[in-house]
Design a binder for this molecule. Structure first.
Ligand code: SF4
Length: 497
């Protein structure tokens, strides 16, 4: 157990994979010998300790370098319940030290060429460049702002390489006309309804197209999940293209879990060329939720915030992460996930603020069953002055059975009040499966009614989990039919296999 990082190391130390000079090897070993017992250092070669309250973020099993995931809890990490969420600890200590605003800086993904090597060499080179004597004197003799500036001069350069240059500022989109129907609806001030459809488990697109046609007249856009629960299904971009072919507006979800920075950038160009205009970046569920055998869990190339940062710059600045120009940049409306019930609302609000600053234009939240408790999170967003500046869609999943209601209590980042569990149990006992379904629908409508009028909320994101044919009823009974709604007729699929 390291002294300053409150948990054991999750992954083994990285091994150097290239030949190095004797001097570097000595420095590496000294750094490792000191930082391993103190911080559980695993020699990521891209040290962030100054920004993370001197708790090593590389303990996080999901490789997050920009804050907790939507499944974090004060009690434990959801990937490994025997350990604390390291990001919860970082936030907790940062608040205690009054350093929480430092957590807003968008930190870079690893430079893998440096992994396994020392960071101290970079620090020494920066100190030398700025005059060792001057730096030393300023840090030792100065106080307050002046000392901090020198500290930043040295460590800021190490932390934020030229190819990244992350900051804690808001970056507005580099365009003004809406690029998608979803964005246009938000800009027109509509209360927007979106829906999620799980991609097929085979190459048959028949059911997918049926579901698209069921929900299409009732919603503005349709999300396609990206290997949710780390379980393979048809890819999100293929479903998005099928949606476009069938006259629907897709939101393509992209999980960092299954991507490298190269595949992300290539896929975004491809999807944009195919006409996909809404992207939603998520870190993705841990492979711990996947069917066995498990895939690798120790290599994470990016997190959701880094994805947003990369994609916004591709779109607005017209270049790849490596700096090469993109002659015809992609166009898209950029979204992110938000988690009102994970960890602590004030911690989550910092993470949402960071996503907003990095380039997120809309949020789709995790499932909400307790609108009153969600207020705490909204208030925290309000304190950060981002409420009303980013479009927020609240996640709604109608409960189909009492069993499902109880299962939801196990889903990371979801909170189901006891009163709802009791209602579902009673409905199931009295009315069987049909009674439980009606009660689930009634609960969903009650939640929607409470959410509709809340300040800062611009829409709903219905996640029916295989119950797509309930969507028309929810939208109709909630009084949320889109403008100019025309009751659908039977539609013949265009590309059904
Ligand atoms: S951030 Fe990287 S270099 Fe710094 S203590 Fe953690 S593993 Fe070591």
């Amino acid at each position: 157990m390291p002294i300053f990082t409150p948990g054991r190391r999750w992954q083994p130390a990285y091994s150097p994979f290239k030949q190095e000079s004797f001097g570097n090897l000595v420095l590496e070993n000294i750094e490792y010998a000191i930082k391993s017992p103190l911080f559980g250092c695993r020699m990521c070669g891209n040290c962030l300790l100054q920004e993370t309250a001197f708790i090593c973020p590389m303990e996080c099993p999901k490789g997050l370098r920009n804050g907790p995931c939507g499944g974090s809890t004060p009690e434990h990490c959801y990937v490994d319940k025997t350990r604390p969420c390291i990001w919860y600890k970082i936030y907790e200590r940062s608040f205690k030290l009054g350093r929480e605003e430092k957590l807003l800086e968008v930190l870079p993904p690893l430079d893998w060429e440096k992994v396994g090597t020392e960071t101290w060499g970079d620090v020494a080179a920066t100190v030398k460049k700025n005059g060792a004597g001057k730096v030393f004197k300023s840090i030792v003799l100065n106080q307050g702002e002046s000392r901090w500036k020198t500290w930043e001069l040295v460590f800021g350069a190490v932390r934020q390489p030229d190819w990244w240059k992350g900051d804690s500022e808001y970056h507005a989109p580099g365009y003004s006309e809406p690029v998608s129907r979803l964005e246009k609806a938000f800009k027109n001030g509509e209360f927007v309804v979106a829906c999620e459809i799980a991609p097929p488990l085979s190459v048959s697109t028949k059911k997918l197209i049926e579901n698209i046609n069921i929900v299409k007249p009732y919603v503005t856009s349709i999300n396609f999940t990206d290997n949710a629960s780390a379980t393979p299904r048809m890819t999100s971009w293929a479903c998005s293209k099928i949606a476009i072919d069938n006259g629907a507006e897709p939101v393509m979800q992209i999980a960092a879990r299954d991507r490298t920075r190269a595949s992300l950038q290539g896929e975004i160009l491809g999807a944009s060329a195919l006409g996909v205009r809404n992207m939603l970046c998520i870190t993705g569920d841990s492979p711990i939720l996947a069917p066995q055998p498990r895939g690798r869990m120790d290599i994470n190339d990016m997190d959701a915030i880094q994805m947003i940062w990369i994609l916004r710059r591709m779109r607005d600045e017209g270049h790849y992460l490596d700096g090469r120009e993109i002659k015809f940049p992609p166009k898209f409306f950029l979204g992110a996930a938000a988690a009102p019930f994970a960890s602590d609302p004030k911690f989550q609000a910092i993470r949402e603020h960071k996503k907003f600053n990095a380039g997120a234009q809309f949020f789709q939240t995790n499932l909400v069953y307790d609108p009153e408790r969600m207020e705490i999170w909204l208030n925290e967003l309000g304190k950060r002055n981002i409420l009303g500046k980013i479009y927020i869609m609240i996640g709604i999943t109608p409960l189909k059975s009492a069993k499902m209601a109880h299962y939801m209590t196990q889903v990371p980042g979801v909170f189901v009040p006891k009163a709802i569990l009791d209602r579902m149990d009673q409905a199931d006992q009295k009315g069987g499966p049909a009674g439980a379904q009606e009660e689930g629908l009634k609960i969903a409508l009650e939640i929607i009614e409470k959410i509709k009028g809340k300040q800062g909320i611009q829409g709903l994101h219905i996640m029916p989990v295989g119950w797509e044919d309930i969507v028309p009823r929810i939208v109709t009974e909630a009084g949320l039919l889109p403008k100019g709604f025309v009751k659908p007729e039977a539609v013949s699929p265009k590309t059904a296999a």
